[in-house]
Design a protein around this ligand. Structure first.
Ligand code: FAD
Ligand code: EPU
Length: 338
């Protein structure tokens, strides 16, 4: 295992922000972690697990060990009449894994096509798109305790999944290295095309009896038309979560802003489209030192060229303040700030 010193992470985060890790190491096998635990510098350093770097903002250099998870492998561990359980190495690319499930006619992840990043990060915020979240097919995961190297299995229940939330962002934050994730996928897929745009796209293509491949293709098309490609314009997807408010607050806002974009949730709650709130503040295209609110999707902050993580953070503070002043709604960041 080669330990690099003062390693530039610019190519390893989709914002394309320059930041240096004091130490950097690639982990290709689970067993290598045990060896790392015999290294006193590693044991005594702060640690950061890095996947595809697509949900992270570096606002400074990292004064510790960056562990780049490259553990690979896709294996079917259980095969029953109706489903298969698939074990996936945390270092597998998410979208390539989704394409693998489609090739193997296993249903459940097709709506989550084209989300950047690695499989190991998918439980962190219970990734979601187009009416589906990984909690719907997640079976369990294996993780190593960062201090002892002991293996622990987390069931679906253990993970406390919520909207862009899990136990790994809260109670056990920075305590585990996720090594393998298991999904329970259906042999006879049940399609979820409840998101209007998917049906529209399928109709445009004249597809009456869609397969999971068709749904995946429709999602890919929609995403490509809406979201900036990080290879062309640095970004980390939605920078903020869509806020949830209660019915009373929703009613009051609707009176003042009749065009408010919102979705009813169970338990008398509503989710607001944060992109709409930001756009209504006149912030589309607003920039601070090349960190900008994307002109096509206000929920996405972009690096227009060599901005710093501090610039993006400052811009996000400005957006939060403006939205709060106008709507009295607090935006929470989705992206992990380092
Ligand atoms: P990283 O950015 O590398 O890491 C994210 C966090 O997880 C960090 O805190 C890191 O320390 C931790 N982590 C990573 N791997 C491990 C591990 N093995 N063990 C323990 N901790 C780990 N997200 C959605 O939910 N839905 C979307 O539709 C969506 N669309 C996006 C579109 C674009 C264009 C972009 C750039 C991002 C989008 N995202 C979306 C966000 C992002 O792709 C996901 O959050 C993804 O799961 C992040 O994976 P990653 O490997 O890049 O994680
Ligand atoms: N809108 C605007 N202006 C904008 C952007 C959005 O008015 O600039 C309004 C539109 O009315 C639109 C509505 O907001 O109909 C919702 O927009 P969109 O369908 O683009 O979805 P989103 O709420 O912006 C969420 C997720 C995405 C996910 C898509 C599809 C969050 C924080 N974001 O975005 O996830 O891909 O839905 O399901 O929940 C991510 O997490 O990084 C991410 C990209």
């Amino acid at each position: 295992m080669l330990i690099h010193n003062n390693f530039n992470l610019k190519a390893l985060n989709t914002f394309g922000i320059e930041s240096y890790a004091k130490y950097y190491i690639e982990l290709n096998e689970e067993v290598e972690f045990k060896t790392l635990l015999t290294n006193s510098v590693f044991v005594n350093s702060e640690k950061l697990i890095l996947g595809g770097g697509s949900n992270i903002l570096f606002t400074k250099n990292f004064n510790g060990f960056v562990l780049h998870n490259k553990i690979k492998g896709i294996n079917i561990t259980e095969d029953s009449e109706n489903y298969q359980i698939v074990k996936v190495g945390a270092g597998e690319n998410w979208h390539e894994f989704v394409l693998w499930t489609i090739e193997h006619r296993l249903g459940g992840l097709e709506n989550l096509s084209l989300i950047p990043g690695y499989v190991g990060a998918s439980p962190m915020q219970n990734i979601g798109a187009y009416g589906v979240e990984i909690k719907d097919t997640f079976h369990q995961l294996e993780a190593l305790d960062l201090n002892t190297g002991d293996k622990k299995v987390f069931s679906n229940n253990d993970c406390n999944f919520g909207y862009r939330e899990s136990i790994f962002k809260n109670k056990v934050k920075n305590k585990y290295l996720i090594t393998n994730v298991f999904f329970k996928l259906k042999k006879t897929p049940i399609l979820n095309t409840s998101y209007g745009a998917i049906n529209e796209e399928l109709t445009k293509l004249n597809i009456l009896k869609p397969t999971i491949k068709d749904v995946s293709n429709a999602v890919i098309k929609i995403r490509q038309s809406k979201l900036p490609n990080p290879k062309e314009l640095g970004n980390a997807g939605s920078f903020f979560k869509n806020p949830e408010i209660d019915a009373e607050k929703h009613e009051n806002l609707k009176k003042v802003f009749p065009k408010l974009v919102s979705y009813a949730l169970p338990e008398n709650k509503y989710k607001l489209a944060a992109g709409w709130l930001i756009e209504e503040c006149g912030l589309k295209g607003f920039e601070i030192n090349n960190a900008a609110v994307h002109v096509k999707q206000a929920l996405v902050l972009v690096n227009k060229g060599n901005c710093s993580g501090k610039d993006v953070l400052e811009l996000s503070n400005y957006v939060i303040q403006k939205v709060f002043n106008k709507f009295g709604v607090n935006l929470e960041r989705e992206v992990n700030i380092i």
